[in-house]
Write a new protein. Structure first.
Length: 321
């Protein structure tokens, strides 16, 4: 806009002429102000509003974050299963093999694995997440199947371990040198009636008061105090159709219904009932039928000592009860 000045003497308006410098300064101020305003408005817009490209990047980042959250959850599940498998593995080793599991340190490395790693790193984000998820799914499925097999194996091992602790498997008296075997299973001469009679157990000679041990875990089913027949007797029910009987005792250390563990002292050797000398009459019953006890000392006898026990039990010609 042009500016004018009023001349009162001449009663006339005259236009104010601008020099070049004034025009330049004025133009510079306007340009600078315009640029400053444009920059300010651009900054304000960029702060509060996203460009289409920024919105696309932001959406991709959000999607990737969700994908990696899912992958991390998957990883956590796999890690939990692996720890469970480790515990199961240790339990199986300790339960069945009675040893510590073998530890494997380090990982197998190969040029093939390195190549796959670098190829994977060159993929775009979408394919990287997708392929990583596929790999984790395969690993998780494999681990799940192995876990199911481990659990089944552990259940079987637990049952077998319980059976092993219950089945009679040791001698009922301390007999490391096998010198206490007096009479074995089978037909023997009765010490009183002097006739051949089936002897349904094994006799172990020992001084009165010698401790008598439970030969397997179980529950005391009977505690009989009598001066006749088998004398003072204890019957232990081991479950799995097994029972053991300990006769001619001097006294008891257990009562009916009591839980006992293998090698617990349950009584003492005596001379009660129809007995000609202090000894323990020991029987193993399977399905309530007597079986040869010599087959149930496997936990404490080497093959050589086991053969010797069989020989001693066969040679004995007379029972002590």
């Amino acid at each position: 806009m042009n500016k004018f000045t009023y001349d009162p003497e001449r009663l006339h308006y005259s236009e104010v002429k601008k020099d070049l410098r004034s025009k330049f300064i004025r133009s510079f101020v306007f340009i600078t102000a315009g640029l400053s305003l444009a920059i300010f408005l651009n900054v304000i817009y960029a702060f509060f509003f996203d460009t289409p490209y920024e919105r696309q990047i932001r959406q991709e980042n959000k999607s990737l974050t969700q994908d990696f959250d899912l992958l991390y959850q998957r990883y956590s599940q796999i890690d939990t299963v692996l720890k469970s498998l480790k515990t199961t593995d240790e339990n199986i080793y300790r339960m069945i093999f009675e040893s510590e599991p073998v530890r494997r340190s380090g990982m197998m490395k190969s040029e093939h694995n390195n190549t796959e790693f670098f190829d994977l790193m060159e993929r775009d984000n979408e394919s990287l997440v997708s392929e990583t998820a596929d790999i984790l799914n395969e690993v998780f499925n494999e681990i799940y199947l192995n876990s199911e097999e481990y659990n089944h194996l552990l259940n079987i091992a637990g049952e077998k371990f319980e059976i092993l602790t219950c089945i009679p498997a040791v001698q009922p008296v301390s007999n490391p040198d096998l010198i206490r075997i007096a009479s074995g299973y089978g037909y023997r001469l009765h010490p009183i009636y002097k006739i051949l009679k089936f002897h349904s157990g094994m006799d172990f000679t020992a001084p009165i008061g010698t401790p008598v041990f439970a030969t397997g875990d179980g529950i005391v089913e009977e505690v009989n105090f009598t001066r006749r027949g088998s004398g003072n007797t204890i019957v232990i029910n081991h479950g799995f159709e097994y029972k053991t009987m300990y006769s001619h005792l001097d006294g008891f250390r257990v009562k009916k219904g009591q839980n006992v563990k293998r090698s617990n002292v349950i009584g003492w050797v005596g001379n009660s009932g129809l007995s000609v000398a202090p000894h323990l009459h020991y029987e193993v019953l399977l399905n309530d039928k007597p079986v040869n006890p010599v087959n149930y000392f496997f936990l404490e006898l080497s093959p050589e000592r086991y053969d010797k026990m069989i020989e001693l039990s066969i040679k004995s010609g007379q029972s002590f009860d």
